[in-house]
Design a protein around this ligand. Structure first.
Ligand code: ADP
Ligand code: MG
Length: 728
């Protein structure tokens, strides 16, 4: 066993960066494997092109004849690039992506065959996907689910397969995936944001949500990772002593990127370019061997697809470069974890970012309207936002002194805090001409066009305004962005809907002018939402106490946080906006709970196995070496040996203390698992795994890590932290 660790270490030390050629300009590569507008214009007839375009732009239905044309020409385009298969590409509730490849090849009798891809294959498929989680939906209603083309996200080529982004729904229409609710939430926010944007500009007919994610990850040598059963099975280390040098020196952050990692990034970026993922930024992160990749922001649905695709690509490219990518939120204890900031904004089809201040008081009033409504939306649904980022792995990060806490607060910066204070003083009802002028000149008029520099200082906030967008920082690195984006866009849609009703009522019933009515409603929102605004250190212990006083939730674990997903207020919200119905909401809740349980269960099994079958036997072997040494000393020195062998004898004793503690705790943990497994609903089981099983992890780990420090390095079977983190 020991030799295995040293063998992989040797393999690692001999690695050279894998060569990557860069002969084609990135700009030329961009989108070459995407059936983009450019490719469509080249391949499609005018009729087909217009059909797809109006499906993309205004959600028009595509008729059968057009679908046939599009499919056939899409196939022609794909075949010109060596494609042989196609697949409906979808995002089942496992959080990942799924594909099932079919060949274009079709026999036509008499030993002949053609390549065929018709409209019906493009538009709808029935994958035999019965083992994806569905929370009982398909059992209760219909056994089958089908995938349906989402023309708003363009088809692309992966390898020799044409991938068609699709939604995945049951025959009775319930969503079985993460994309369907997202699309519905985006429709809702479009509808209600457009209605509000029309107060300021009648020409607005559509509002798009934008998303720019920042993906953090670790790169570990493939051989080292494969020698750690915990990384292989759970994506994180379940034990391992902290290295002498961690990230204290901060010498990795923004430092020069190590050669092997850089070549991995270059190849990954090239693959992204071909798929039209506009990656732009790469750098080292805080922890050793931790990195970040960020694209230019895009329309939210496309950005979500691109992030899912990226996570998939990362694994493939990493393998070529002898790396394993760790997307887990907390792969190493005591070392910073990884997140995925979701930068979000709303923009109109007239080209205006609704969360960006402007040059005129009117533009700024529009900005304040969307800004304050977003704050109010979060205040109303803070627990739902927390639920939207809940997962077993993200629980390690939220509130771990390095990542935003599980408390959802909003940071807006000193300047905007001032502005809100002044707006709170706006007169109730009609405003005098003096007050209007004052607001125009001194409050709204004073908001600078560019806020960027003074708003991006606080990195401890889970939800921060950063100049022209909000940045949701508590999202986990492993998350499918569709989930937090569905929540955020839904709550903002609902808020804007209510806002419009209130403003219109003041205009009609109280005879207020439009801007007076807007000021009046915003004033009340500010008063009502103030307690969610927090400018201080979100990582501090004082904030937890203060937040509790303010009545903010602090749902530290996933099973508790997920309760908000099925709260009556949530069901009402989603049903009102037609994002999800009660059946879909409850099914998802159950799936998330089951997933939580499964993850903790797997970790518990793996930890028990490593502790009992790797750590304890190694420690006992070493103890035997010590015992032999002590008996030898006794023979040689007789009386004196007690002094001479004192350290060894202490160590023998300590090793026994730790090995028996490990055995006892592993067995107790197994008993708790047995009890949890027979509970009769998903929530109770998840709670039991969280409160009864998981606490053993730290105890078992503590004893294993102590043994790691005692046992002869040559005998230790598991690759150590310093080896994983500092081998490049
Ligand atoms: P950070 O300082 O957090 O690294 P950056 O300025 O690098 O932030 O931007 C991070 C992400 O925010 C990028 O993906 C960028 O494209 C995105 N972004 C910039 N402007 C917007 C916007 N208006 N809406 C959504 N995302 C945006
Ligand atoms: Mg950021």
């Amino acid at each position: 066993m020991t030799t295995f660790r040293f063998e992989v270490l040797k393999e690692t030390l001999n690695r050279k960066p894998v060569e990557v050629s860069e002969t084609v300009k990135r700009s030329e590569m961009f989108g070459c494997n995407v059936f983009s507008e450019k490719a469509m214009r080249q391949y499609l007839t005018k009729e087909a092109y217009n059909g797809v375009l109006s499906a993309i732009k205004v959600g028009a239905k595509i008729d059968r004849k057009i679908a046939d044309q599009v499919a056939s020409l899409m196939k022609e385009w794909a075949m010109s690039k060596g494609v042989t298969h196609y697949t409906h590409w979808f995002q089942p509730l496992t959080g990942g992506t799924a594909e099932k490849h079919d060949s274009f090849f079709e026999p036509i009798g008499e030993g002949m065959a053609i390549e065929k891809f018709g409209g019906s294959e493009l538009v709808q498929q029935e994958p035999d996907a019965s083992s994806f989680p569905n929370g009982g939906i398909r059992n209760t209603f219909e056994a089958r689910g089908y995938t349906a083309w989402d023309p708003t996200s363009p088809a692309f080529i992966l390898g020799t397969t044409l991938c068609i982004p699709t939604i995945f729904v049951s025959y009775t229409g319930e969503a079985l995936d993460n994309k369907t609710p997202l699309l519905r939430a985006l429709q809702a926010v479009d509808k209600h944001a457009t209605a509000v944007a029309k107060y300021f500009d009648k020409n607005v007919t559509k509002v798009n949500a934008s998303l720019g994610w920042e993906q953090e990850y670790f790169l570990i040598d493939k051989a080292l990772a494969s020698a750690r059963p915990d990384i292989v099975m759970t994506g994180r280390t379940l034990l391992g002593h902290a290295p002498a040098k961690g990230q204290q020196l901060d010498d990795h952050y923004f430092g020069s990127i190590p050669g092997r990692a850089l070549n991995f990034m270059r190849e990954l970026e090239q693959e992204c370019m071909k798929l039209g993922i506009p990656v732009k930024t790469r750098h080292n992160e805080v922890a050793p061997n931790q990195f970040e990749l960020a694209p230019i922001y895009e329309e939210a649905n496309l950005a979500v697809d691109h992030n899912s695709l990226l996570m998939d690509l990362m694994g493939k490219v990493a393998s070529k470069h002898n790396f394993k990518v760790l997307l887990h939120e907390k792969p190493f204890a005591g070392i910073n974890g990884s997140g995925k900031h979701n930068n979000w904004s709303l923009s109109t089809d007239t080209g205006v970012n609704l969360l960006s201040p402007g040059r005129t008081p009117m533009r700024n009033l529009q900005f304040l309207t969307f800004f304050i409504n977003t704050i109010k939306a979060l205040k109303e649904y803070e627990e739902l936002m927390r639920a939207g980022i809940a997962s077993a792995s993200n629980d390690h990060r939220l509130g771990a002194n390095e990542a935003p806490p599980a408390i959802l607060s909003i940071f807006i910066g000193a300047q905007l805090t001032e502005v809100l204070k002044e707006l709170e003083e706006v007169t109730n009802g009609k405003l005098s001409p003096e007050e209007k002028t004052d607001l125009k000149l001194n409050v709204v008029g004073k908001i600078p066009e560019i806020l960027l520099d003074n708003t991006d200082r606080n990195r401890t906030s889970p939800f921060a305004f950063t100049g022209n967008k909000f940045e949701f920082r508590a999202v986990g690195s492993l998350a499918n962005c569709a989930i937090p984006m569905t929540v955020l866009n839904s709550v903002v849609a609902k808020q804007l809907k209510d806002f419009k009703i209130e403003v219109d009522a003041l205009i009609e019933e109280k005879d207020l002018k439009k801007d007076e009515a807007i000021f009046n409603v915003l004033r009340e929102y500010i008063k009502d939402s103030k307690h969610i605004l927090f400018e201080g250190n979100g990582y501090s212990a004082e904030w937890e106490i203060e937040a509790a006083k303010r009545g903010l939730s602090n749902n530290k674990t996933t099973p508790v946080a997920l309760k908000a997903d099925v709260a009556p207020k949530t069901i009402a919200l989603y049903e009102e906006l037609e994002v999800m119905n009660k059946v879909e909401i409850e099914a998802r809740h159950e799936i998330k709970l089951e997933e939580y349980t499964m993850r903790i269960q797997i970790e518990a099994r793996v930890l028990g196995d490593i502790a009992l079958n790797h750590v304890v036997p190694t420690a006992l072997n070493y103890q035997n070496v010590l015992i032999e040494n002590v008996s030898g000393l006794k023979e040689v020195f007789e009386e004196e040996f007690r002094t001479i062998a004192k350290d060894q004898m202490d160590l023998i004793r300590k090793i026994s203390v730790h090995t028996s503690a490990i055995s006892q705790n592993v067995h107790e943990m197994i008993e708790e698992r047995k009890k949890a497994n027979i509970l009769d609903n998903a929530e109770e089981t998840a709670m039991a795994y969280c409160d009864k099983v998981k606490p053993y992890f730290d105890i078992i780990r503590y004893h294993c890590d102590k043994l790691e420090l005692m046992v002869d390095d040559e005998m230790w079977p598991l690759v150590k932290y310093r080896e994983m983190l500092f081998t490049r």
